[in-house]
Design a protein around this ligand. Structure first.
Ligand code: MN
Length: 303
């Protein structure tokens, strides 16, 4: 089935820019732009009509319909309300563990309801990035049964498999954020604003989700959102809390003094593990596409 949009000049340009890496020679003089990915063919006519064909045509069409709908018919101020209060009741979404060689990726969408604002104010979470691990564990323990949230964990066994299948990190994150947001919305009444700590451009975020059945689209994307809104700080704290708990278990299970982050200390531990157990032992608790593995192999060569 074909899906057709008729677009203004600026919107035509957005389509061209978006698919320029997939551009192919125009098959006809009536066709202004022609592009083909594995799953969709895009044909733009000089009239401004754009046709989507192929397996992903419908999703691709809907993605643009939504994007152009948002930018052309809704005033910016309505789409992105200015929440002028740090404790603005809302759902925040954030992730942890993407920069850590060891340990899983955890994504959390957390809801700060109006009636919890006063309590949360007493916790001192205004700058969650600066909170030490002990403080995270302490606050995590306090809030985990008090506020509604959804937490998703991607263990490294699965992460490594997805990398092998060609998934990039942002696509994995987009899947998890979308699922966490949908889950938490099902747990609560109403539809509060959703604020996400931005890890990708908005259009890319939705692009990563084109194959998903259900995509939540009323999201405000902000960089450094965990220091702008308590709801995002709470999501970040719960995600970190879960990460730390998993990390402790991995240390016990493997018997190795695993280190957070991706620094030189990680290389040293990796080298020791590879030497004693072989590289295959890493798969279940290590992000095997990090450069640290090569550095560790280098260390062993020079041993
Ligand atoms: Mn973040």
């Amino acid at each position: 089935m074909n899906f057709v949009l008729t677009l203004s000049k600026p919107d035509q340009l957005r389509i061209i820019q978006f698919y320029q890496n997939y551009q192919q020679p125009s098959p006809s003089e009536h066709i202004r732009f022609f592009a083909k990915t594995d799953l969709v063919t895009i044909t733009m006519y000089h009239s401004g009509k754009v046709m989507f064909q192929g397996e992903d045509a419908e999703q691709e069409y809907h993605m643009w319909e939504v994007m152009f709908g948002v930018t052309t018919t809704t005033p910016q101020t309505e789409q992105k309300p200015v929440f002028n209060d740090y404790f603005y009741p809302s759902i925040g979404s954030d992730e942890v563990g993407t920069g850590d060689v060891f340990g899983p990726i955890t994504v959390c969408a957390a809801y700060l309801p109006q009636d919890m604002v006063h309590y949360i104010q007493t916790l001192g979470i205004d700058d969650s990035k600066k909170l030490k691990d002990e403080k995270i564990l302490e606050i995590g323990e306090l809030i985990k049964d008090k506020i509604p949230y959804s937490l998703l964990t991607l263990h490294n066994e699965k992460y490594n498999e997805l990398v092998r299948q060609g998934f990039n990190l942002n696509k994995m994150k987009a899947y998890m954020h979308n699922k966490a947001i949908l889950h938490v919305l099902k747990k609560i009444n109403g539809t509060p604003d959703v604020i996400m700590d931005q890890f990708a451009e908005e259009n890319l975020y939705y692009r990563y989700l084109v194959q998903e059945q259900e995509v939540y689209r009323k999201i405000t994307f902000l960089t450094k959102a965990e220091s702008k809104y308590a709801s995002v700080a709470l999501a970040s704290i719960i995600a970190r809390y879960a990460f730390l708990k998993h990390f402790d278990i991995l240390i016990k299970e493997t018997g190795y003094p695993l280190v957070k982050g991706a620094g030189a200390q990680v290389d040293t531990v990796l080298a020791r593990i590879i030497k004693e157990k072989g590289e295959g032992f890493l798969t279940s608790f290590t992000k095997c596409n990090f450069k640290n593995i090569d550095k560790a192999t280098e260390i062993l060569k020079n041993d």
